[in-house]
Design a protein around this ligand. Structure first.
Ligand code: URA
Length: 238
C-alpha cells in the first residue's frame, strides 16, 4: 500500500492533509531520510515527525473501562473513545468495541479493528467466558446458582433460554458470575429475574485474559499471545 493511504488510514489526516505532511518533509524513514507519498515502505520503518507510526491494522486494545463512560461512538457524555488517542477515532478500518459494557459497568473492555476476531469473541458458539463481579441490592436467595446453571432461564422478551452460567457466591450480596453470551444487559436482567438488582457491576475477565494491573481508565495494546488467552482452553464455564 502506498504510504499516503497507509498514513491517512491510520487517522493522521485526510489524503490531502497527509500529502501536505509529505511536502513538509515530516514523513521519513528511521534514518531521517524523507519519504514520498507513493513510496511503499514497511510500517515499522516509517516515522512521522520522528515518531514511529501508530499501531498497524489488526490492533487489539484492552481498556479498563471506568464507570460513566459509554461504548457508543456518539454520545453527549463521556465515551470510551475519549480515553484513547484522539487520532484512533479516524482509523480505517475503524476500532470497534468487542460487545458493550453499560455506562454503569466497569472493567475489561476489548476494542479491535479486526472484524473477524471481534465476531469470534462475541459469538456464543465460541463459548468465551466473561466473568463479572456483581454487588447486589438484596441478599441472594440461595437458588440463583442452580437457576443460572440450568440453561432454562428465559429473560423477558426473549425467545431462547440463556446458556448455562456459573454463579459463585462471594458474600450475602456479592457474587461472581461467568456467562458465555452477551445479551443486552444480560447480567442485570439475570439478577432481576431472581427479584434482585445489581448495584455495581465489574467485568474482570474475558476468556483467560484479565486486567492485570491496568488502572480504571487505562488501556494498552495486546500482543498475539494475550489475544490468544481470550480463547484459551480451560477458561470455559464448567
Ligand atoms: N451485563 C450487563 O447487564 N451489563 C453489562 O455491562 C454487561 C453484562
Amino acid at each position: 500500500m502506498k504510504l499516503v493511504r497507509l498514513i491517512a488510514n491510520l487517522g493522521y489526516g485526510s489524503r490531502r492533509e497527509v500529502q501536505a505532511m509529505f511536502r513538509e518533509g515530516r514523513i521519513t524513514d528511521a534514518a531521517g531520510e524523507v519519504l514520498y507519498a507513493d513510496d511503499v515502505v514497511a510500517h515499522e520503518c516509517v516515522r512521522v515527525d520522528g515518531e514511529p507510526l501508530d499501531p498497524a491494522p489488526g490492533l487489539v486494545v484492552m481498556l479498563n473501562k471506568p464507570l460513566g463512560a459509554t461504548c457508543s461512538t456518539r454520545d453527549a457524555g463521556r465515551i470510551v473513545y475519549d480515553l484513547l488517542p484522539s487520532r484512533w477515532r479516524a482509523r480505517d478500518p475503524m476500532l470497534s468495541t468487542v460487545g458493550r459494557l453499560d455506562r454503569d459497568t466497569s472493567g475489561l473492555l476489548l476494542l479491535t479493528d479486526n472484524g473477524a476476531l471481534l465476531h469470534r469473541i462475541i459469538s456464543p458458539r465460541q463459548h468465551v467466558p466473561k466473568v463479572y463481579q456483581a454487588e447486589l441490592a438484596e441478599d441472594l436467595r440461595g437458588d440463583e446458582a442452580a437457576l443460572f446453571a440450568s440453561g432454562t432461564l428465559m429473560l423477558d422478551s426473549e425467545t431462547t433460554p440463556l446458556a448455562p452460567a456459573m454463579l459463585e457466591v462471594l458474600g450475602p450480596r456479592c457474587a461472581r458470575l461467568t456467562v458465555t453470551e452477551g445479551r443486552y444487559h444480560q447480567v442485570r436482567r439475570m439478577f432481576a429475574a431472581t427479584g434482585n438488582r445489581v448495584e455495581r457491576l465489574h467485568r474482570s475477565r474475558v476468556g483467560a485474559l484479565d486486567l492485570g494491573d491496568l488502572e480504571p481508565g487505562a488501556w494498552r495494546v495486546l500482543d498475539d499471545g494475550e489475544v490468544a488467552r481470550v480463547f484459551a482452553e480451560g477458561s470455559s464455564v464448567a
